[in-house]
Design a protein around this ligand. Structure first.
Ligand SMILES: Cc1cc2nc3c(=O)[nH]c(=O)nc-3n(C[C@H](O)[C@H](O)[C@H](O)COP(=O)(O)O)c2cc1C
Length: 309
């Protein structure tokens, strides 16, 4: 079974990837997306979103990290994919699932699910620009308003040369509402001859079993569930018990120390609140903690409260 940590903009930064890959058997992580419009981005953009580039593009515990690009222009995506690989990326992931209005307005993310020919052109251009030994993957949803374009789009990406496809088993209109429609992934798997990764609504070991049974695939991508239950991948793959709250507090403290030294704490308060909003789903103590820190804006104030727990 392969387990992949999903890309999550605003939450899954390199510190969180480090923390979660240290305690889980993840096979791969994907960065937050890098937005490509009409230029070759400077190296510092890639290093900021993926500091792992300084260490062979793996997390400190050795899990490979793939760089995710989001955009609609085939040539600029290819140019930036090549740039990422020159900087040491060990693979490129293309985002065709983002539902954000600002992104879709410019025909990026999920908006491209209406244009399988453009998906094909992007896949061809990026595959040609990335050295042959490095993988190019893509991530799609099942459709925009309806769950109806997944076969056409999967086929287009496959024919364009993508090596692997992650499918968030919902339409853009479905948003993040349960359920996930894993059975459609079984249809995709029958239609294309590359690995297909099942994503969406996997919160525990029972969900993982059902996702595998319904999709017929053994590769799973974990998103919000991986933040709600920090050792979810170990629970799924190694039968570990879910972490107890005091162990989660230790992780929160670890994360806080790193964020504070990393950037003077400016960005930490939002990230930790975001993480707590997922931890609340599994731990009632996280809901109480969230209320305590909700209005705090300084990292040291939040850290003091964590130390008192
Ligand atoms: C806050 C947030 C940020 C996300 N950012 C990205 C992103 O940058 N790239 C991407 O392909 N998907 C992104 N996603 C989608 C997730 O990778 C995943 O497909 C989705 O959450 C479904 O999986 P889950 O039900 O396990 O959470 C994001 C989702 C959330 C909730």
């Amino acid at each position: 079974m392969r387990l992949i940590l999903a890309p999550m903009e605003g939450v899954l930064d390199h510190l969180m990837r480090d923390l979660l890959t240290r305690i889980n058997p993840y096979d791969l992580c994907v960065t937050e997306f890098i937005r490509v419009v009409d230029m070759r981005l400077p190296a510092r953009v890639f290093y900021r979103l993926c500091p792992e580039l300084h260490q062979e593009c793996t997390t400190p515990s050795g899990t490979p990290v793939r760089i995710q690009l989001l955009g609609q222009d085939a040539d600029w995506l290819a140019e930036n994919a090549a740039q990422a690989c020159r900087l040491g990326a060990n693979g490129i992931d293309l985002n065709f699932g983002c539902p954000a209005k600002t992104v879709n307005k410019h025909r990026g993310g999920a908006a491209l699910l209406a244009d399988s020919e453009q998906l094909y052109r992007i896949a061809c251009a990026v595959r040609a620009a990335v050295p042959a030994h490095l993988p190019v993957s893509a991530k799609i949803r099942l459709g925009i308003d309806e769950r109806d374009s997944y076969l056409e789009n999967s086929q287009a990406l496959y024919e364009g040369g993508v090596d692997e496809l992650a499918v968030h088993a919902r339409s853009k209109r479905d948003g993040y509402r349960p359920p996930a429609y894993w059975h459609h992934i079984a249809e995709i798997r029958r239609a294309i001859a590359i690995p297909v990764i099942t994503n969406g609504e996997i919160w525990n070991a029972a969900d993982a079993r059902r996702a595998r049974a319904e999709s017929g695939g053994s590769s799973l991508m974990l998103g919000r569930g991986a933040l709600a239950l920090p050792n979810l991948a170990a629970v799924i793959k190694a039968g570990q018990q879910p972490l107890a709250w005091p162990e989660v507090v230790r992780l929160l403290l670890d994360y806080s120390r790193q964020e504070i030294t990393g950037d003077k704490g400016v960005y930490y308060p939002n990230r930790v609140k975001q993480w707590l909003s997922y931890l609340k789903l599994q731990y009632s103590q996280a809901a109480a903690l969230f209320l305590q820190i909700r209005t705090l804006k300084r990292a040291d104030e939040i850290q003091q409260i964590l130390h008192r727990l």
